[in-house]
Design a binder for this molecule. Structure first.
Ligand code: AMP
Ligand code: ZN
Length: 465
């Protein structure tokens, strides 16, 4: 597999640290609000990366943090007259609701910054001891000049960065690029006891510390939205590598923005739609298809029109799935014919192309086109005269290729249909066992619910009265 590494600006062969394991850390949300469709893209993209690794046989340790202490958290908690802790608890719950609804797999661990306070304080202490950080009146800063490789991720040196950066002028810092890793308490702020007095950690240090604690000194992949490459990830690298003397992450992945009218969707621009409100109107399959139909490194534009056309596309895929599910019950032949065995090879060629595209830096855009081609082929070639085995193979393949993208897993049958079919199956079993009282009971119970069973030469059929 090949991954575009932001660090080298090249696609590189993916070589994991351990044989079959991928250790990845993704920067997660600040839990002060519902997440929007822009954030959702980042979560969906890296969920897809993780699912695809799993599809290819890797075991994935997937860490995504919750930032539950920072300026935005404090401000919002004050506005809502609540504590930072309660605000975090609440929006972590809301995060899981939306993420689950978007079919995002749960992370191996979602660490909360406030639960790693002791470890973060130790990390800061270590950096001071090693001469990479200094304290001034309760604030601790990272000394960027001391870290030789500062700027390597964004490909700039300290001088360029200083010239281009809009940074707070703080006379107390040794260098304008130095950044706070520990902040002394201001009035009304939540704070933790530390060797430098009451205070709280800076944002960057939490990720360095939690990645180190949960995944070790060097990790395979570090990921996040492209706005995080500088300064967040640059600062994480400085802290972590200063601390361990080892490479922090072997591959850096950044996903591009969701825009609205060519501007980044963001809370501050107030041009956002929450995942929650979009999920009320659109199926998760539609939202994921929309997000994954562009390559993860290209920006995508959000609009209701695009969602509507994606919805129509998703319906085409599900029509085909529904057709195959119905065919499975209706076709008469069981086993593959010789001709069908050849056709299976054609079907498999789609899977090979799909894998080739996904192996090439997770090209979900092309992978989705291949699924559409596959479905078109199946629609033309699989029908009432096909065997059960071919129908099943086709259906399983469509679902198999949808799974890494987190789509196409739903059954098109309603719960009622599924339940009736299960009861019919149980009745058939009872009849085989000559348990006539059970088989009659199942038929009568269904009849009482308005469902009539008919025994036909093609098997049992049911209809509503
Ligand atoms: P935040 O809660 O703002 O820290 O963001 C959580 C994640 O969403 C980060 O990885 C951001 O880079 C990402 N993100 C924020 N806005 C967008 C956007 N418009 N498009 C894609 N990703 C975004
Ligand atoms: Zn982070």
């Amino acid at each position: 597999m090949r991954i575009f590494n932001t660090m080298t600006r090249k696609k590189e062969e993916f070589i994991p640290l351990l044989n079959n394991e991928v250790r990845m850390y993704v920067c997660g949300p600040t839990v002060y609000n519902f997440f929007h469709i822009g954030n959702a893209r980042t979560f969906v993209v890296f969920d897809t990366v993780r699912r695809y690794f799993e599809y290819r046989g890797y075991k994935v340790k997937f860490i995504q943090n919750f930032t539950d202490i920072d300026d935005k958290m404090i401000k919002r908690a004050n506005e809502e007259n609540t504590t930072v802790k309660e605000l975090g608890d609440r929006f972590i719950k809301e995060y899981y609701k939306d993420a689950d609804n978007l079919n995002i797999e749960r992370a191996t661990v979602n660490p909360r910054a406030t639960e790693y306070m002791d470890e973060i304080i130790k990390f800061v202490e270590e950096l001071i001891n090693k001469g990479y950080a200094y304290e001034i009146n309760g604030d601790v800063y990272f000394n960027t000049k001391k870290f030789n490789n500062y700027g390597k991720l964004s490909g700039q040196n300290l001088e360029d960065l200083q010239a281009g950066a809009r940074i707070d002028i703080d006379e107390r810092k040794k260098d304008p690029m130095d950044f706070a890793i520990w902040k002394s308490q201001k009035p009304e702020e939540p704070a933790w006891k530390s060797p430098w007095g009451m205070g709280r950690p800076g944002w960057h240090i939490e990720c360095s510390c939690m990645a180190y604690k949960l995944l070790g000194e060097t990790i395979d992949i570090h990921a996040g939205g492209s706005d995080l490459a500088f300064p967040h990830h640059e600062n994480e690298i400085a802290q972590s590598e200063a601390m361990t003397g080892k490479t922090f992450a072997n591959y850096w992945m950044h996903s591009a923005f969701v825009n609205v009218n060519n501007q980044k969707m963001s809370k501050s621009l107030n041009n956002f739609f929450t995942a929650r409100e979009i999920l009320e109107k659109y199926e998760p399959d539609v939202i994921r298809l929309f997000m994954l139909s562009g390559h993860y490194r290209t920006q995508i534009n959000f609009s209701i029109d695009v969602l509507e056309s994606t919805k129509a596309a998703a319906e085409r895929l599900y029509n085909s799935i529904s057709n195959l599910e119905n065919l499975f019950d209706e076709v008469k032949l069981d086993q593959l014919s010789e001709k069908e065995k050849d056709y299976i090879k054609v079907l498999n060629s789609y899977k090979e192309k799909y894998i080739e595209k996904m192996d090439d830096d997770f090209n979900t855009a092309d992978a989705i086109s291949i699924i559409f081609d596959l479905v078109r082929d199946i629609n033309t070639n699989v029908g009432i005269h096909s065997s059960k085995e071919l129908v099943k193979y086709s259906l399983d393949l469509v679902r198999e290729l949808g799974d890494p993208l987190g789509i196409l897993q739903k059954s098109t049958k309603s719960n009622l249909e599924e339940e009736i079919e299960m009861l019919i199956e149980q009745r058939q079993q009872a009849r085989k066992n000559k348990d006539w009282s059970l088989s009659d009971k199942i038929r009568d119970d269904l009849k009482n619910r308005g469902i009539i069973l008919e025994d036909t030469p093609q098997g049992v059929r049911w209809k509503k009265i």
